[in-house]
Design a protein around this ligand. Structure first.
Ligand code: E4P
Length: 214
């Protein structure tokens, strides 16, 4: 399973990269706003740190605008993946950008049928927002299970990128279901390596080592 970091904060990405687990990065307009720096500068800085896909999101409401933005983003760096929403205009943009050889991440996906359509439109990545589904009282992981069955049944090239991850359990569940990628916020990544028994074990070993004959 690949792990992406869902962040536009350079220090968070740098730290996660140092742990050796960052296969890619996802950003969105909200994350860019929170990080507080210019969009293009941020994407380029991330591309320097990470060798995998870096998602940059379009904001146009129509396919024409998304295609224009996507063509521009794709010039910034070879690893830039263009994010478009799962609307009719977004699917149209996905189809056209894919024909131009530009990699697309179809985002704001909330159903297995949206996954099917995005895969058919040529998406390289498809991002179901599991946390937001759970917030809305739905079974987010059931949707991931259905989406993986669809991708596997028909051997679609699209990779399922589990997004809107709220906690460590969601990462485990996505991995058990065979999801290709999870994009994980920094605080959840930190929580993934922490375990009280690891800390307790280190403490005991250090105490015993101090008493050992050396
Ligand atoms: C994914 O690409 C999105 O940036 C992200 O996972 C959205 O998560 P949220 O629901 O926490 O905003």
């Amino acid at each position: 399973m690949k792990l992406f970091i869902d962040s536009a904060v350079i220090n968070e990405i740098k730290t996660a990269v140092s742990w050796g687990m960052v296969d890619g990065v996802t950003t969105n307009p909200t994350l860019i706003m929170r990080a507080g720096k210019d969009f293009k500068t941020t994407i380029l800085e991330i591309c320097k740190m990470v060798s995998g896909p870096v998602s940059a999101e379009t904001i146009s409401p129509d396919a024409e605008g998304m295609i224009r933005e996507g063509r521009e983003f794709a010039k910034w760096h070879k690893n830039v993946y263009v994010k478009v929403p799962c609307t009719s205009e977004g699917l149209k943009a996905c189809h056209e950008l894919t024909k131009l050889g530009i990699k697309v991440n179809v985002t704001l996906v909330f159903s297995a049928n949206q996954v099917l359509l995005a895969a058919k439109a040529g998406a390289a990545l498809i991002s179901p927002f599991v946390g937001r589904l759970v917030d809305a009282g739905e079974d987010g992981m059931k949707m991931i299970q259905e989406a993986m069955a669809i991708i596997n049944n028909y051997h679609f090239a699209a990779r399922l990128l589990v997004a809107s991850v709220r906690d460590t359990r969601m990462v485990t569940d996505a991995a058990i279901l065979g999801a290709h990628i999870a994009t994980v916020p920094f605080k959840v990544l930190e929580a993934m390596y922490r375990h009280p028994l690891t800390d307790k074990g280190i403490q005991t070993f250090l105490e015993d080592w101090a008493k050992a004959k050396k």
